[in-house]
Design a protein around this ligand. Sequence first.
Ligand code: EPZ
Length: 432
Amino acid sequence: MDKIKIIGGKKLKGKIYISGAKNAALPLICASLLTEDTVTLTNMPMLSDIKAMNALLTQLGTQIDEFNDFVDGHPTKTYSYRTPQATSLTADYDYVRKMRASYYVLGPLLTRYGKCELSLPGGCAIGARPMDIHLSSLEQMGAHIEIKNGYVHASVDGRLKGCKITFRTVSVGATCNLLMAATLAEGTTILENSAMEPEIGDLATLLNDMGAKISGIGTSVLTIEGVEKLHGATHKVIADRIEAGSYAVAAAITRGKIELINAQEWTLSRPLQILKDMGVSIETTPHSIIVDAQDRDLVGKDIMTEPFPGFPTDLQAQFLVLMLTAKGASMVTETIFENRFMHVPELLRMGADINVHGHASAIVRGVEKLSGAQVMATDLRASFALILAGLIAEGTTIVNRVYHLDRGYEKLEEKLKGVGALIERIKESDEE
Ligand code: EPZ
């Protein structure tokens, strides 16, 4: 398995192009299953999760074409998806095991074909992550759901029926799945307590461009008037706010200055406010965010993860590492997932001062320095947090299990090298 080697101590300066958002692209790809026409997605990030979703759709019978493209002068991918008729309505264990977002095929297949079989995802490194809300909400719309041999067997007689659904907890995945299912349902569906993450607005915008009738975009109440058929559309994937937030921390933690090209301020207001409160300068231009921490002393701040517009759980690990370079103590509270401090034991090995209380909170104290070590993380964002620690640690840090990073950070080494980091990938074949 590849590793990433970093020699710490460089102030990062320059520009980084923020790619299209993975967590927008994954449901957008599945939205293409709702029509027999072509759906074209531009500004697609080149990530292993996108490849995995493309492989699943190919297996379902989707024809996929890939093009090299440029967005704002930066090379990206464009993919077009066409599913005249699905040849399979089953998402096998092998796909779901590799990527739980495979469950986004459930809403589209069930509403278009009246049937879907999906391997039930298990728990993962950050928590139990059940999908009971997806399933009970589809049942409210008239679906028959049975769990057998590890699979969800979902079917409906005729079309799904519009109704009012109040999610018991805010769920990004359930909101996306139900939104897609409701577009082709009979009658009107009202989704209350919906997630408001920008990626959901991006999905709703594509669906409306495909002929859906969704109102309330950007709010917690989405109203969907079902239609009989959807058609093709072309859509540019929104910039990845988590990638942007991660590189914002890279600028702050190295006391450098990075311009995040294409990043959108409204998608990051809470994390940017925390950076400002810590003493980092944030400037917004029409096409970028400039994060400047040169010659600054930072002070620690408390953070608590919440659904959007609150502080994102996907930036918790990165900000926790940043707090290690700030004056005083900071309390980091995780409210979304029950097991999202797995990066802490690795950081302790690098000299961090962190006390985790139960599963929900951690006290982080500023330290003089971290020292490089061999580390590994159990999920994507925690892996980036270890990269950040490596950027400021004395000596060499080797981050193992790079496949996590390849799922969600496009051209990671290239982007960090471009702003001055001493970073390289050690290919498995390079090792003795
Ligand atoms: C999405 O996961 C993201 N994944 C996650 O990003 C992100 O951390 C998460 O939203 C929260 O923002 C994608 O977009 C592909 P949820 P999702 O349903 O949809 C509980 C990353 O690093 N819940 O909003 O799976 C659940 O256990 C990843 O890019 C139920 O109890 O998250 C959690 O505690 C990691 N029953 C909470 O709700 C359900 O049926 C929120 O989960 C569904 C969820």
